[in-house]
Design a protein around this ligand. Sequence first.
Ligand code: HAM
Length: 421
Amino acid sequence: MINSIRGFNDILPPETYIWQHIEKEARQIFETYGFSEIRVPIVEKTGLFSRSIGETTDIVEKEMYTFADRHGESITLRPEGTAPVVRAYIEHKLYGSDHIAKLYYLGPMFRYERPQKGRFRQFYQIGAEVFGIDDPKADAETLEMLVSLFQKLGLEGISLQINSLGCKDCRPLYKEKLLTFLQDKKSQLCQDCQRRFEINPLRTLDCKSQGCIEITSHAPSILDAVCDGCKTHFKKVQEYLTLSQVDFSLNPKMVRGLDYYIRTTFEITALGLGSQNAVAAGGRYDGLVKSLYGPDVPGFGFAIGVERLVMLLKDSVQRSAFSVQPLVFMITLGEKAEKAAMPMIKTLRSQGIKLERDYGNKSIKLQMKRADKLGAKLALILGDDELASHNITIKNMEGGEQEKVSLDKVEERLRILLSNP
Ligand code: HAM
């Protein structure tokens, strides 16, 4: 047997109905906020990611699926969606005169991480990016949209944590402050933090190792160190979130694993996910479009980890909420009935009725068994008797009641029976 690759999952029915439900709700809510869907390739030139996510990030240093194509060009399976969307925004000049564009995407991402609960090598994200608005209203409104989606999906026990990482002017000053604070404690930090000490000391703040947590618990807060412009921006984000009735808490130790963020960053965590507890994350990335050779346009966005969201919904939401369309199963007895049923099956399906059938002229017992296995709500039974009297039998698979219906009334009757819960 050839198995799937470690960290790469099959998503099987009926779980796929949860996925479809999430995607449908996301599309609906995002559209109401003025977002349109963009589809970008799964593979991009490697430089796009190293330049945007950052050469010294974990993703670029050790998690990318990078290989040479047949002409020796280095290409990479996308580890995230923001960089490709920015590239497309620049390449197709999606910025009108005002530079504003609101785009969302869904699809698989690839990171060579150690697989564990909620962490995979191929995983799906649903993301959204807003270009061209530096006003904090964009931050707050996009977060409001994300939280509304989670609420609509019935997700419970989530918490939104926000932080400001300052800007290119004030963050270097904070970095210096933090380096000074950490200098005499360097040898007590975990190996990862020691390695990236000079280049990216901020990562120490959200390192999960117990030693680093203790050391950084007395570190100076970035929120006290950011410049006045960043402070005002962040204050306004909070004010607007409050006005939109979006609950949040401040987490000055939250540093994201991608280098493009400035000012507002956030994570939404959920109970029940274990150590990989972020179900969505994102932030502001003014400067990224410019650094990828586009105009100087600000940006803000997020991505949801769909597997994690599905894990949470599987526990908390009834399957019936995913509105799986009820199934009708056509049972035919004998060749004559099978042929007579063919145009009827086509008509019923063309009317939107979900209908499965037998293909092998099997016994009524076997056909019933399959109807049962598929969870059919109703079975239609067509045999010689029914054909002679121009009728068909409808059997309720749950209660077992049967009734005979004239062939020209089948659709009408099915509709009534299917709409009854
Ligand atoms: P990220 O924090 O790397 O941000 O990923 C966003 C979400 O994707 C995470 O919170 C998590 O739910 C999910 N995720 C990440 N890695 C894995 C994995 N290996 N297995 C399962 N789920 C995973 C970004 O990707 C940014 N592009 C978000 C963004 C958009 N920022 C601005 N715009």
